[in-house]
Write a protein that binds this ligand. Sequence first.
Ligand SMILES: Nc1ncnc2c1ncn2[C@@H]1O[C@H](COP(=O)(O)OP(=O)(O)OP(=O)(O)O)[C@@H](O)[C@H]1O
Length: 362
Amino acid sequence: MSDIVIKNLTKKFDQTVAVKDLSISIEKGQLVSLLGPSGCGKTTLLRMIAGFEKQTVGDIYIRGRLINDVPPQRRNIGIVFQDYAVFPTMTVKDNIAYGLKIKKMKKDEIEKKVAEYIKIVGLTGYEKRLPSQLSGGQQQRVALARALIINPDVLLLDEPLSNLDAALRLKIRKEIRKIQQQLGITAVFVTHDQEEAMSISDKIFVMRKGELMQSGTPQEIYLNPQNDFVASFIGRSNVVYGEVKSVKDSKVFLYVNGIEFKASKNGEAVKPGDKVWVSIRPQRIHLGKSDNMANTGKGRIKYVEYIGSEIRGEIELNENLTLDYNSYMLDENSITVKFNETIPYSISPSDINFGKDIRGLE
Ligand SMILES: Nc1ncnc2c1ncn2[C@@H]1O[C@H](COP(=O)(O)OP(=O)(O)OP(=O)(O)O)[C@@H](O)[C@H]1O
């Protein structure tokens, strides 16, 4: 069942189209991310779901109820913002209890619920502290408990980890995901960080310039990007442009900067002469001799970095095509490479994504 349904939503600010004819639905109990670069409209979309911004055109339903004209406080939504937005003069306990007091819940029931949510977000022992006596991560937990305690239909999270340092970001995102799954609450998470979105989402909506570029599970989007923008934005990839040379049986032959690549046919039908984007993940470039005889050649190593169990760098296939590679050193027999060395490479046809939908990179 869909908890949130958005139909043909458009938001214009004078000349700027922040969100353009967007239709999505979000299943109950899922955590979905709105992901895209700065200015893609993700915050505007979240603010329209919350009711802080009124759409120019389109409909928003929560649990089947059309909420276009329902004010924010009556949408039964919990929100966590980037800048915590906790009340600075209230203790942790009072901050978390706030929504229940507004609802005029009985005192002993409030006590019980607050204790429960303080435990859920891991703030036991901090009840009497003021926000100024808490770390950023702890303040964000207060904000999370305050949003969840009112038992909202939907939890909205607007870049909730942006103000935390890198280590804390990983920790809190894991906690948010665990709590969301434990409570089974539907959550919409706004982020510009693709790794963050990939790691915690059931589904990702990739946006760009107000438009939906692709939606799907993290795996679907990573393995089958539908355009060059998604291929380059999700995970690391070499995105280059070329032309379809021929199509034979289950293979498509692509011509990219003077090199021919054999690729497996994917969903989209192409014909000779079609201009296409081509995406090759760095870790799919096999360095050294291989039994896999497809897309083989010799390349020159133009850059090398050894990082623990990985080698990363650039390999020049010809003077017009240099790709990033990424090899894993799993044991002492693994490949080692040196700067300027010439080395055989191969790429499996099934590891080459391509398509006609060219949107341009960021
Ligand atoms: N109140 C406003 N008035 C005018 N233009 C606005 C307003 N709010 C947003 N915009 C414009 O709408 C577009 C989308 O903005 P939005 O904040 O939704 O993007 P975003 O993807 O959340 O970006 P960021 O990651 O930087 O927050 C941008 O071009 C922005 O300048």
